[in-house]
Design a protein around this ligand. Structure first.
Ligand code: ZN
Length: 62
């Protein structure tokens, strides 16, 4: 399940899980769309946290 109540912002750093800090994989890359979002999933088998990354610019125009 993806927690849509939490949206994280892109950073210059490689994306890491906000829960456990493990690297993530991109499930869905919508960064080329107007909403500029990516859905990431934690690579840790103990965590498997899924979350949304969004470009900071999206909030400026929102
Ligand atoms: Zn994790």
């Amino acid at each position: 399940m993806i927690d849509y109540s939490e949206v994280y912002i892109y950073s210059d750093q490689p994306t890491a899980c906000p829960i456990c800090g493990v690297r993530t994989e991109i499930l869905s890359d919508l960064s080329h769309t107007i909403e500029e979002t990516q859905i990431h999933k934690c690579l840790s088998n103990n965590c498997n946290y899924e979350f949304i990354l969004q470009s900071e610019n999206t909030f400026i125009y929102a």
